[in-house]
Design a protein. Structure first.
Length: 90
């Protein structure tokens, strides 16, 4: 193989692996989501935090808009340490 062909092959491999890394990075966040269900033990609208089952979570902008209060039964979709979606069960 000539040097030019090797350089072109290297560029193509670099682009492929870069694209693969981007796809994996976005996929990992979706895989890291989990559901927490329990009573709201504490909620701080100013600090945008909620405590469910003894663990304090940060509220996303969307989750902070939910009218939750201490004692409510909640179902939270959590990503990392942030509540992405908060539902109050009646």
């Amino acid at each position: 193989m000539e040097r030019k062909e090797v350089t072109e092959m290297t560029k193509k491999l670099f682009v492929f692996f870069l694209a693969l890394a981007v796809v994996v990075a976005f996929s990992l966040s979706a895989l890291a989501q989990y559901i927490v269900q329990g009573k709201v033990e504490a909620i701080d609208k100013v600090a945008k935090t909620v405590t469910i089952r003894g663990i304090e979570y940060i509220l996303s902008v969307q989750a902070a808009q939910v009218n939750a209060k201490v004692g409510d039964l909640a179902v939270a979709t959590v990503e990392g340490n942030m509540v992405m979606e908060l539902k109050i069960m009646m």
